[in-house]
Design a protein around this ligand. Structure first.
Ligand SMILES: Nc1ncnc2c1ncn2[C@@H]1O[C@H](COP(=O)(O)OP(=O)(O)OP(=O)(O)O)[C@@H](O)[C@H]1O
Length: 387
C-alpha cells in the first residue's frame, strides 16, 4: 500500500492567487527539479521539430536528457493560471506512485514563469491519435492487443482506486489520456484533474470537469464524484477500443452517433457482436468480444453502485471471474436529461468538454484552446462508502 500526503489547500489570500500558488510551487520536494537551461538543451531550444503534441494547457516536446533518458516535456502555457493548479495536482498525485500502467513523472521545472513537467517518453502516442485517429496511424490493433490495452488500463485504475492511500479518482479517463509504449502497453496520463479521496468519504461534491461522452451522469449533473465515475469513463473507453470508434461521431446517422446508446440497443437485440471494429476483418474471438462489450455496459450502468469496482473489472476481463450471469441494467445516458447544456463540440476527433453549471455563485468558467471546463470549490461530504 502506498501513502502520500494530501495536496495542501490554502484559504483565500489577501495578496492574491498567484502568491498562494508560488508558495506551493516552492514547496515541491517530491520530484526531481530540472533547470530551464537543461530542458532547452534536451529539446534543442524547444525546436518545433521536437514537438509531439498539444494539450489543453500547453505543448509537449520530445527531449533527451543529460543522462540519455528520453522524456516527454510538457510546457504549461504562461497564461494558464488554472493550468498551474493542475500542474501542482499532477506533481502531488503522481510523484510518489509508480505502476506499470501509469505514466512515470521524471521531474519538473519551476523557474520564473516556467512550469514544465517531464514524463517518460512513450513511443506510440495516445489511443485517440492511433486507434481512434482514423487513417493517420499505421498501427494495426489486433484483438489481442486491444485486450491487453483494456486490461492494462483497468489494472492502472484498480491500483489508483484500491491500492493507493488515499484513493485517487482520475476524473478524466479518455482515449487521449491513454498513452502507448513501443509494445502497445497502455499508460494512464494526465492527472491534472485527479482528486485524492479520503477513505471515510463516499463522494466529493466538486465542480464538474472532464470530457463529454465519458462523464458519469451523477457526476455531470450533481457533481457527485466517486470512484464509480472513473468506472463509467472506463466503460465508455472499453467500448471505443472494441468498436474502434469514438464515443460520439456526429457524421454518422442519428441512430449511430452515440456509441453507448448504440451498444445498448444491440445488446437488447442480442446482436452485440455486429458492432466489433470491422477493421479486424473478423479476426477476433466473438465470445470474448461480446463479453468485453457487456463489461463496458456493466461499467456504464446508470446506478453507480451497480457498476463493478475496477479490480472486479480486471478479473472479468482476464477471465478470472465469470460475468455471464450478471444482469446488466440500462446505461446512464446524459443526453436524456433535460435542462442540461450539453455541448458536444466542434469536431469528432478532438473531444470536447461539458460545461455543467450548478448555479453556484462561486462558479467560473475558464477556456483554454478548444476546451471549456467549469470549476467549483471542492467540498467534502462525510458519508460512509456505500458504493
Ligand atoms: N509521455 C508522453 N510520451 C509521448 N507523447 C506524449 C506524452 N505525453 C503527452 N504526449 C503527447 O502530447 C499530446 C498532448 O498531451 P497532453 O497530456 O498535454 O494533452 P491531452 O491529454 O491530449 O489533452 P488535454 O490536456 O487537453 O486533455 C498527447 O496527445 C501525446 O500525443
Amino acid at each position: 500500500m502506498i501513502c502520500f500526503p494530501f495536496l495542501r489547500r490554502k484559504g483565500p489570500s489577501l495578496s492574491g492567487h498567484t502568491v498562494e500558488i508560488d508558495e506551493e510551487v516552492s514547496s515541491i520536494q517530491n520530484t526531481k527539479l530540472y533547470t530551464y537551461k537543461e530542458l532547452r538543451v534536451a529539446t534543442q531550444d524547444f525546436n518545433p521539430a521536437n514537438k509531439v503534441g498539444e494539450g489543453g494547457f500547453g505543448s509537449v516536446y520530445k527531449g533527451i536528457l543529460k543522462d540519455g533518458t528520453v522524456a516527454a516535456i510538457k510546457v504549461l502555457s504562461a497564461e494558464s493560471r488554472q493550468g498551474v493548479k493542475e500542474f501542482l495536482t499532477e506533481i502531488n498525485v503522481i510523484a510518489e506512485i509508480e505502476h506499470e500502467n501509469l505514466v512515470k513523472l521524471i521531474g519538473c521545472c519551476v523557474e520564473g514563469k516556467h512550469r514544465i513537467l517531464l514524463y517518460g517518453y512513450l513511443e506510440n502516442n495516445s489511443l485517440a491519435q492511433t486507434l481512434l485517429g482514423g487513417s493517420h496511424s499505421s498501427i494495426q490493433f489486433s484483438w489481442r492487443a486491444r485486450c491487453g490495452i483494456c486490461i492494462g488500463v483497468a489494472q492502472g485504475l484498480a491500483f489508483l482506486h484500491e491500492e493507493v492511500q488515499p484513493h485517487i479518482v482520475h476524473r478524466d479517463i479518455k482515449a487521449s489520456n491513454i498513452l502507448l509504449n513501443r509494445y502497445l502497453k497502455p499508460k494512464i496520463s494526465d492527472f491534472g484533474l485527479a482528486k485524492l479521496f479520503p477513505t471515510n468519504m463516499t463522494h466529493i461534491s466538486t465542480r464538474v470537469a472532464g470530457t463529454a461522452g465519458y462523464l458519469a451522469p451523477e457526476y455531470a449533473l450533481r457533481g457527485q464524484l466517486t470512484r464509480k465515475a472513473d468506472v463509467y469513463s472506463f466503460g465508455v473507453l472499453l467500448l471505443e477500443i472494441v468498436c474502434g470508434r469514438c464515443n460520439t461521431n456526429r457524421r454518422l446517422p442519428p441512430e449511430d452517433r452515440y456509441l453507448l446508446e448504440r451498444v445498448w440497443k444491440l445488446h437488447e437485440a442480442g446482436e452485440l457482436v455486429t458492432i466489433v471494429d470491422s477493421s479486424l476483418n473478423g479476426d477476433f474471438d466473438a465470445r470474448e468480444a461480446t463479453k468485453y462489450l457487456k463489461i463496458g455496459l456493466l461499467c456504464t450502468q446508470d446506478m453507480p453502485k451497480l457498476r463493478p469496482s475496477m479490480s472486479t473489472v480486471v478479473k472479468m476481463l482476464t477471465g478470472e471471474i465469470d460475468m455471464n450471469e450478471e444482469k446488466i441494467s440500462r446505461p446512464g445516458l446524459l443526453s436524456e436529461f433535460m435542462g442540461v447544456k450539453v455541448d458536444l463540440g466542434k469536431t469528432d476527433t478532438k473531444d470536447s468538454t461539458y460545461t455543467v453549471s450548478s448555479g453556484n455563485a462561486d462558479n467560473m468558467s475558464s477556456s483554454s484552446g478548444d476546451m471549456t471546463t467549469s470549476y467549483a470549490t471542492m467540498t467534502f461530504n462525510s458519508i460512509y462508502d456505500r458504493n
